[in-house]
Structures are given as structure tokens and as C-alpha cells.
Ligand binder design. Structure first.
Ligand code: IPE
Ligand code: IPE
Ligand code: MG
Length: 244
């Protein structure tokens, strides 16, 4: 599962240029459950199962940074039972997967607020982040209690708290104070579930990301669907505002 650039040569579509940083809005768990007459909690279960599956898929394709939107600052407004179910699932998945991810050289990062999640989840995340901090393979960003606006407001607050002078505030300084401090900008932003909106995800880091929306609901998004997203990415001409 390490992000070895050579590894992409062995993947099924070695001719496709791999993006360095892929971010995913993992949407559609509720609709997936509904379509099968299941409870929303079954949808989230299936979504977390898929998450385990795709981390390896992305590493195999040569991606160095993968950031997954697991729970937004707005998702707290869902029914309490749903929220509690997601928190419990997140704890279970991290507790179960962290060791294997560590053995595969994955570096885990948490992006988001830590003051509202349950102490159990905070502990699991902290432990996973600390244990994997010096790994050099894929960097896996887990966006949990994440909001792009909250992240930007928090960065401003921290800069003021650190006494950063107004004249020293520029884009690179600002970026250092974001949760993504040592991660590059997003190259490819994937949203599953068919919608075309950003829902408060990585507002700063997606300034020039290529957007890919898939109709596939998150629990079913793996394998060939990832290949399609990569093929689409390799067809894009990125200009970054320049005349090329
Ligand atoms: C995304 O799936 C997972 C979270 C927001 C936690 P949803 O639960 O939003 O699925 P839909 O959009 O209702 O289908
Ligand atoms: C975005 O999905 C958040 C996550 C995938 C964690 P939502 O389902 O919360 O987004 P909206 O409400 O459709 O914009
Ligand atoms: Mg949704």
C-alpha cells in the first residue's frame, strides 16, 4: 500500500497520469441503503467497508496523498442516532485498521476539529496519527468534524494567537496554519453520489483541483470507477490561469 511511483506501472492503466493528491467527498451512503430497503446505518457500514478497500486501490495507482471527507461540521445536525452510529463506526474502523495501515507505510493525518468528537474517537485518531507519523508511504488525510470555513477561521485565529504580524500574512504563511499544513494542493477532487457541489470541503486546497463527479454511490465506488476518474483526470488540460 506504499505510494511507490513504480507501483503505478503495474496497475491496469499505467498510461494514465496519476494525480499526487486526491480528495474524495464520499457521498451516497443514505441513498445506497434506501435503494436496498436497508437502514441508513447499514449504508454507513457499507461506506466504511469501502473506505478500507479503496485506500489500497489509490496507493496502488501511485497516489501520494489521499484525503477522505468522512464527517462534516454540518453533519452534526443529522439525527442523534445516525451521528452516534458514525462516531462508533469511525472508532471501530480506525482501531481495526491502524496497525495494518502502519505496516503498509501509510501516514495518517486527522483534518478537523478535535474539541467536539467523543474522547474515544479523539484517542484513536491521536494514536493512529502518532504511530504513523514517520511513515513515508501514502499520506491518508481523514477529514472528520471537518469544515473548510472552520479551517480557515481557525488558521486566522492561530496566527493572531502566535502574534504573526499583519505584514507577514501571505498565502504561504496562511497555508502553514491549515490542517493540511504539509500537504500539497488537491489535484483531483472526486464526489460520488452524483452531486456537483463542494459541501464545505477543502475550500482553500481545491483552488485549482480538477473536479470529477460520479453517479456511483460511495459504497460501490472502487476498482473500475477509480480508473474512470483517473482517465478523466489525464484528459484535462490544467492551465492554472495561464495562457498555454
Ligand atoms: C455520506 O453519505 C456520508 C456522510 C455524510 C457521513 P450520506 O449519508 O450523505 O448519503 P446520502 O447523500 O444521504 O445518500
Ligand atoms: C458531504 O456530504 C459530507 C461528507 C461526505 C462527509 P453531505 O451529504 O453532508 O453533503 P450535502 O448535504 O449533500 O451537501
Ligand atoms: Mg449526502
Amino acid at each position: 500500500m506504499t505510494a511507490n511511483p513504480e507501483a503505478s506501472k503495474n496497475s491496469t492503466n499505467s498510461d494514465v497520469t496519476a494525480p499526487h493528491h486526491v480528495a474524495i467527498i464520499m457521498d451516497g451512503n443514505g441513498r445506497w441503503a434506501e435503494a436496498q430497503g436497508l437502514d441508513v446505518s447499514d449504508g454507513h457500514n457499507a461506506g466504511f467497508e469501502n473506505l478500507r478497500r479503496v485506500v489500497a486501490d489509490f496507493a496502488k495507482r501511485g497516489v501520494e496523498y489521499l484525503t477522505l471527507y468522512a464527517f462534516s461540521t454540518e453533519n452534526w445536525d443529522r439525527p442523534e442516532s445516525e451521528v452516534n452510529g458514525i462516531l462508533a463506526l469511525a472508532i471501530a474502523v480506525i482501531a481495526h485498521e491502524a496497525q495494518q495501515l502502519n505496516e503498509n507505510g501509510v501516514r495518517i493525518k486527522h483534518l478537523g476539529r478535535v474539541d467536539r468528537i467523543s474522547p474515544d474517537l479523539r484517542d484513536e485518531l491521536e494514536q493512529a496519527v502518532t504511530t504513523t507519523a514517520t511513515n513515508t508511504g501514502l499520506t491518508l488525510g481523514i477529514a472528520f468534524d471537518y469544515g473548510g470555513r472552520a479551517e480557515i477561521a481557525n488558521a486566522a485565529k492561530q496566527m493572531i494567537a502566535d502574534g504573526v504580524a499583519a505584514n507577514d500574512v501571505d498565502e504561504s504563511k496562511f497555508a502553514l496554519y491549515l490542517y493540511t499544513t504539509d500537504m500539497p494542493d488537491v489535484d483531483l477532487l472526486i464526489r460520488t453520489g452524483g452531486d456537483f457541489r463542494i459541501s464545505n470541503f477543502l475550500l482553500w486546497q481545491t483552488a485549482y483541483a480538477e473536479f470529477y463527479s460520479s453517479e456511483i454511490l460511495w459504497p460501490d465506488f472502487y476498482g473500475e470507477h477509480i480508473d474512470k476518474a483517473f482517465e478523466s483526470f489525464s484528459d484535462r488540460q490544467r492551465r492554472f490561469g495561464k495562457r498555454v
